[in-house]
Ligand binder design. Structure first.
Ligand code: ZN
Ligand code: MN
Length: 145
């Protein structure tokens, strides 16, 4: 078990969340993948190990993790949400419009945009989300062949 998983388990226990083998597996999967999976993808990755697990179980656990601040939910209108367990570092996302891959893109947090928006609109700003769109290297090489 990695240190990140251990820390997250400890943190959940401290907030009174009971650990179950399924909960542990979902948490571990999320913390170890870089792919920002949907609930369905998590379910498919773990159903072999937990034949009795349902998609609803995955959703319930994601809600628990989200409330504990361990994952961030990225909503996309009607499409299913994706879940990001990297909440420790501020980062942006770059998304492939061909295969839908979402990757981390590290860039200094744009505080000044929040300040400017607040000034311009009179809002008390609580955050922002920025996504860059394009075609990933793998899809580019598929296109040129
Ligand atoms: Zn792609
Ligand atoms: Mn991310």
């Amino acid at each position: 078990m990695s240190q990140r998983v251990e820390k997250a388990v400890e943190m959940l226990k401290n907030t009174g969340v009971r650990m179950t083998p399924q909960r542990h597996a979902i948490l571990e999967y999320l913390l170890e993948t870089m792919s920002h999976p949907t609930a369905d993808e998590i379910y498919k990755a773990l159903e072999g190990k937990f034949p009795n697990m349902s998609v609803a179980t995955v959703y319930n656990n994601l809600r628990v993790f989200k409330e504990a601040g361990l994952v961030r939910e990225l909503t996309y209108g009607d499409a299913s949400s994706r879940f990001d367990a990297n909440t420790a570092e501020e980062h942006y996302h770059i998304i492939c419009s061909e295969c839908g891959d979402i990757r981390d893109f590290h860039y200094p947090y744009l505080h000044h945009i929040e300040k400017d928006a607040s000034k311009a609109a009179g809002f008390k700003v609580t955050g922002h989300r920025m996504e860059i769109y394009g075609i990933c290297p793998e899809c580019q090489s598929k296109q040129s062949h």
